[in-house]
Design a protein around this ligand. Structure first.
Ligand code: AMP
Ligand code: GLY
Length: 431
């Protein structure tokens, strides 16, 4: 029989989020070995961790590898395999899997379904219309001046949301979805919703099918450049905790977390895994902008360094319906994570450039994302290359730690936003 301290875990995915998960799970005294599939150059270097050269959509090979290695728990990182039913497939093969089924993950892969669930549970969300053709959609936007945000209904690699200022921009967005089919079938249905203004934050809720356990809040920086300018990206940096969350804690609990928890308890809502709730506060109301069926990236790299408890028992408890037994302790310290990428990202990405890493101090953690080891050397491998999370007693210190340690790292074309955390860092605000 497997002793509790000899557990083997497989983590599916290869980004910064998966490196952070692997690093945190590796800290657990219960874990003997972690397999990352496919992992990255950073997971390859972690103690107890081994990369497996398997893609996230190779369900059968992932199952075979997990059987061969006698893996006790499989943790799914990214959205696409969840939407393709990886959890259903692996559970059918007898594996224990952390993550929602395809039907549960529909909260992320169908925005219209998410809207329907929010309506049923009375969770605040922007007013909207749902369309399958351009002309009706445009007529709706023409008729409703508030309707200026166009969203492809399905998964679109974070590029399917257009926050428009004019009817012309709405029309252009609709052309991309319907005429150019820029998002394929994901854009066959489109939501047009009210454009809200306010500050955003995300919360992460663990669920085991019956109970809900909130983790802490984070704030992402989706725009590529300083002062939140430039194209949307997967996220250029994040920090945790979020003072805005503390200000709106009771509204968020009353209007979002409690309705979800009660619906879970009644059996009117089914979910297992982590639910990422993207919130925008407008006129003191916490509107849900989106649900994601997974941990955020780079939010996870900001969140997990603040978790003092062992993560593994919480992940296991989610799979076994024992989440009510789990408590999570968080450090009072602040964290701030800065993502480094190619200077032309997101239009371009860096490949096969050598990465030099000096000494990273004890006040920071380096998480790899688009890196690989080739011929024994660490090199860039596309997209968001890596991130450094700084920790400190306040955001000023956490920011200093992140940026100081980033200076120990170089690769050709390396670039990063210099203002991550500007809302909470008095030094940024006074510049
Ligand atoms: P989503 O993928 O739905 O979170 O959207 C991506 C980003 O678009 C969000 O983080 C917001 O910055 C912005 N956004 C989405 N929906 C709205 C909305 N209804 N009003 C204003 N901004 C929005
Ligand atoms: N950082 C946003 C996301 O993971 O979707």
């Amino acid at each position: 029989m497997t002793k509790a301290k000899d557990l083997k875990v497989m983590i599916v995915g290869g980004g910064g989020r998966e490196h952070a998960l692997a690093w945190k799970v590796a800290e657990s005294p219960m874990v003997e070995k972690i397999f990352c599939a496919p992992g990255n150059g950073g997971t390859a270097l972690e103690t107890k961790v081994e990369n497996l050269p398997l893609a996230v959509d190779q369900f059968a090979l992932l199952s075979e590898a997990a059987l061969k290695e006698q893996v006790d728990l499989i943790v799914i990182g990214p959205d696409n395999p969840l939407a393709d039913g990886i959890v259903d497939y692996l559970e059918e093969k007898g594996h224990k899997v952390f993550g929602p089924t395809k039907e549960q993950a529909r909260l992320e892969w169908s925005k219209s379904h998410a809207k329907e669930v929010m309506r049923k549970l009375g969770i605040p969300t922007a007013r909207y219309g749902l369309f399958t053709a351009k002309e009706e959609a445009l007529a709706f936007a023409r008729h409703n001046e508030w309707a200026r945000v166009v969203k492809a209904d399905g998964l679109a690699y974070g590029k399917g949301v257009f926050v428009c200022s004019s009817l012309e921009e709405v029309e252009e967005a609709l052309n991309q979805c319907f005429a150019e089919r820029a998002f394929g079938a994901s854009g066959d249905q489109v939501i047009i919703e009210e454009r809200l203004t306010g500050e955003e934050l995300s919360i992460f809720l663990l669920m085991d099918g019956k109970t809900l356990l909130p983790m802490q809040a984070c704030q992402d920086h989706k725009r590529r450049y300083e002062e939140d300018r430039g194209p949307n990206t997967g996220g250029m940096g994040a920090y945790s905790p979020v003072p805005l969350y503390d200000r709106y804690r009771s509204e968020i609990e009353d209007q979002i977390t409690r309705p979800l928890a009660e619906a879970l308890g009644r059996g009117d809502f089914s979910y297992r895994g982590v639910l990422f709730v993207g919130i925008l506060i407008a006129d003191d109301v916490p509107y849900v902008l989106e649900f994601n069926a997974r941990f955020g990236d780079p939010e996870t790299q900001a969140l997990l360094p603040r978790l003092q408890s062992d993560l593994l028992p919480a992940l296991m408890a989610c799979c076994e319906g024992r989440l009510a037994e789990i408590e999570l302790d968080w450090t009072e310290e602040k964290s701030l994570c800065v993502v480094a990428c190619d200077d032309g990202y997101p239009a371009t990405s860096s490949k096969n450039e050598a990465i030099e890493i000096g000494t990273i101090g004890g006040d920071a953690r380096l998480f790899h994302a688009g890196t690989a080891i080739s011929d024994g050397k660490l090199a860039t491998n596309g997209g968001r290359v890596l991130a450094v999370t700084g920790l400190g007693k306040d955001f000023e210190q956490a920011s200093d730690a992140a940026y100081r340690n980033l200076e120990a790292i170089t690769f050709k074309g390396m670039d990063y936003r210099k203002d991550i955390g500007w809302r909470v860092n008095s030094k940024c605000r006074s510049k």
